[in-house]
Design a binder for this molecule. Sequence first.
Ligand code: GLP
Length: 244
Amino acid sequence: MRVIVTNSYEEMSASAARIVAGQIYLKPNSILGLATGSTPEGMYNELIRVHKEVGLDFSQVISFNLDEYIGIKDSDPNSYHYFMNNKFFKHINIKKENIFIPNGNMQNIEQECKKYDALIEQKGGIDLQILGIGNNAHIGFNEPDVKFEAITHKVKLDEETIAANARFFASKDEVPQYAISMGIKTIMRSRRVILLANGKNKAQAIYNALYGPIRPATPASILQLHQDVTVILDKQAATLLPPV
Ligand code: GLP
């Protein structure tokens, strides 16, 4: 695991964007695993800037998103479909047919989950997976006590996650209770992983993920077993880490 501690959110975002841009430069048809949430927004902004100013080409890139709520429309501003399109996809030259996000509106969610993992495999597997982290150390929507063997599956969201995500909704009651998420195994199959975190409220989760025991109660701790993880933090998220 490489850990990079930066001075600010902006530096964290730029550092992550450089890794993503380098990946696409070396392999234009890279398969990216993408995350939502406020954490990667700065990275997306930086990638958009590099696309517009330097011509970073997304025309052959394929993307798979980590997760999506169950039961809200793609057009709902809180859906991850909407987030990704609005914050990233519509600003770059990725092809619509190369964008994959779990569909939380299918009748048969189980089948949708199975299809999602099969599609990732069929396309050749994820080259570079971007991750944020929840306050409870969830990755994607893999909540504490997740099965480390799980592939893409339906998830019941934790009360803590619902409370944390309520800031985006009119009220806590409107936050969906369920989601589809890539599983831990799906994430661990990625060839490279970048884990991003900023802010003091992520410091404990980052400490537990990097230095705590590897256990389902701390979903992100499984990343200690991955051979190619880069953790990029701002100073605040790194406050509990031992000095290097
Ligand atoms: C959400 C998402 C995760 C994200 C996390 C942190 O629930 N499902 O993919 O990493 O919470 O979000 P934020 O970056 O807004 O703190």
